[in-house]
Design a protein around this ligand. Structure first.
Ligand code: VG1
Ligand code: CO
Length: 543
């Protein structure tokens, strides 16, 4: 084989983030940068003789170049086969599906998820293990350690592999198999949901709009909603994936998916709206003039799971990330199933799902999923909603409000302050942490702080401990404020403030979250000294 050992100098200075390595495209384009990281991944693994690697990305700028480099490095590092999505495309949940279905050794996913793309945007890479889920911390830490000391990497010298046509190529003994990026995933969805019921719903005059935000889910939406479920062609929008996502920010929330939001809140709005992010693992659910918070969506999916084909046997348990609202806890209690609280990031759900302790998982950050794969899954959540709607034949708003009547409402919002200086952001966290004792017992109008802590998680399956996962300010009535620094940004620091108040009184269920949370918001600003420390007087994004 034509293997070349290239000497390189380590310069990956970034600790593992919430979800793999994310940097500017221009960083990834620096000589040897991507190669160093990929070799560090390979060096951290015991690659068996006949190992197959799953490979694909969200199609953002630099996806194709990176795929070619990784294929050539896989060949030089002893892989026997690479399964790569056609044109280098695989959504994150589809990659997870492929790893599991074909029992590959692991997978590399190229994406910076919801971060903007293009030549001036972000790029990212992460490794998923053979269960199909993001590598656990012990592997990401090992990769990081390797990347600090790496001196050389292995790559073969060969022309680029053709990626646009399905088929197999031989690369010095390693097979490169280009697979349909959509088919296996679509088949999995069909096994979980009642496609006939959804077809009937869509044929009954019910109208939907799905926004792929020019990101990876375009081809998946076309196949599933239009070709298989028979939705009219105008039920999907922005479904041509573009390397720069059309200049947009492929983050499905009320701020960045404003084009869809305007449609759902406008005249002659459709009955249902949904969007997903850059790599297809997030989802936003909208009704006619109505927004479903991701925390409520998880609770509602849990409460109604048994009526959906793939879940009729019931769910083993649920898990949510710590900052996610306790709405799902209420459902778990009434179903008498366990509910786990994990740190932010999907990698913490894997062990629980592998051990069959939980079936459904979710995060407040527009991530919902189940044990059908080991990633959150945007289109899965959209189909789950469509299946529930097909059975209930009520509006999205009615379904959510009836859920609140039964379980109470966890009023919820997240305020993000992006691009702060690292010093200011860390200063806020330190300040709060240093004042835990004096904050406890303090009253602010009707709210009294019961206790404060720094969230630490002990994995119930492998006993590993993850400390300092966010500051929790807990109030006497069950309300809470959580402060946490983002682990996915690529410039400056992002402070996230998560606000939650439990509202059992159905007379107040019509209130807008920002109105209902007004006092909590003031308390958060006051105790964090946010304005003095950052000069900001409003959040960058409210979700
Ligand atoms: C954010 C979200 C977190 C999510 C992560 C990856 O992380 O808050 O819930 O798991 O993104 O999602 P952070 O550290 O910036 O808060 V994705 O769609 O980027 O894979
Ligand atoms: Co994502």
């Amino acid at each position: 084989m034509n293997t070349k050992v290239v000497s390189s100098q380590a310069f990956n200075d970034q600790k593992p983030g919430t979800s793999g390595l994310r940097k500017k495209v221009t960083d990834f384009q620096k000589p040897h940068y991507l190669e160093n990281f990929v070799q560090s991944i390979f060096d951290s693994l015991n690659i068996p003789k006949n190992a197959t690697l799953t490979l694909g990305g969200d199609g953002r700028y630099y996806n194709r170049e990176a795929i070619q480099i990784i294929i050539k490095m896989a060949a030089a590092n002893g892989f026997k086969r690479v399964l790569v999505g056609q044109a280098g495309i695989l959504s994150t949940p589809a990659a997870s599906c492929i790893i599991r279905k074909y029992k590959t050794f692991g997978g590399i996913i190229l994406s910076a998820s919801h971060n903007p793309g293009g030549i001036d945007g972000d790029f990212g890479i992460k490794y998923n293990t053979e269960n199909g889920g993001p590598a656990p911390e012990k592997i990401t830490e090992a990769i990081f350690e390797k990347s600090k000391n790496i001196q050389s990497y292995n790559i073969i010298e060969a022309p680029d592999v053709a990626l646009d046509v399905i088929g197999e190529t031989d690369l010095f003994g390693m097979k490169v198999q280009v697979i349909d990026a959509v088919a296996d995933y679509a088949e999995l969805m069909e096994s979980l949901f009642d496609f006939n019921a959804i077809k009937d719903l869509l044929a009954s005059g019910f109208r939907m709009k799905f926004d792929a935000m020019h990101a990876v889910t375009g081809p998946y939406a076309q196949e599933i909603f239009i070709n298989q479920l028979g939705a009219p062609p105008d039920s999907i929008m922005n479904c041509v994936p573009l390397p720069d996502f059309g200049g947009g920010h492929p983050d499905p929330n009320l701020t960045y998916a404003d084009e869809l939001v305007d449609i759902l809140y406008g005249e002659n709005a459709p009955d249902f709206g949904a969007a997903s992010d850059g790599d297809g693992d997030r989802n936003m659910i909208l009704g006619k003039g109505f927004f479903v918070t991701p925390s409520d969506s998880l609770a509602l999916i849990a409460a109604n799971a048994k009526m959906v084909k793939g879940y009729t046997k019931g769910i083993a348990g649920v898990a949510r990330s710590m900052p996610t609202s306790g709405a799902v806890d209420m459902v778990a209690k009434s179903l008498d199933i366990p509910c786990f609280e994990t740190p932010t990031g999907w990698k913490f759900f894997g062990n629980l799902m592998d051990a069959d302790q939980v079936t459904l998982c979710g995060e407040e950050s527009f991530g919902t999923g189940s044990s059908h794969v080991r990633e959150k899954d945007g289109l899965w959540a959209v189909l789950f909603w469509l299946n529930i709607l097909a059975i209930k034949r009520q509006s999205v708003e009615q379904i959510v409000k009836r859920h609140w009547l039964q379980f109470g409402r966890n009023v919820y919002s997240r305020h993000d302050y992006e691009d702060l200086s690292l010093d200011a952001a860390k200063g806020i966290i330190d300040h709060l942490r240093n004042h835990f004792t004096s904050l406890s017992g303090q009253s602010f109008g009707r709210y009294t702080i019961k206790s404060c802590d720094d969230f630490s998680y002990t994995d119930p399956i492998d006993g590993s401990i993850s400390a300092q996962q966010g500051l929790r300010i807990l109030f006497n009535d069950g309300s809470r404020i959580v402060f946490r620094l983002s682990g996915t940004g690529t410039s400056g620091a992002t402070l996230r403030i998560y606000l939650e108040a439990f509202e059992p009184d159905s007379n107040k269920h019509h209130l807008d979250a920002q109105v209902a949370l007004a006092e909590m918001i003031q308390i958060a600003l006051q105790i964090s000294e946010l304005k003095q420390r950052t000069g900001r007087d409003k959040p960058t994004v409210i979700t």
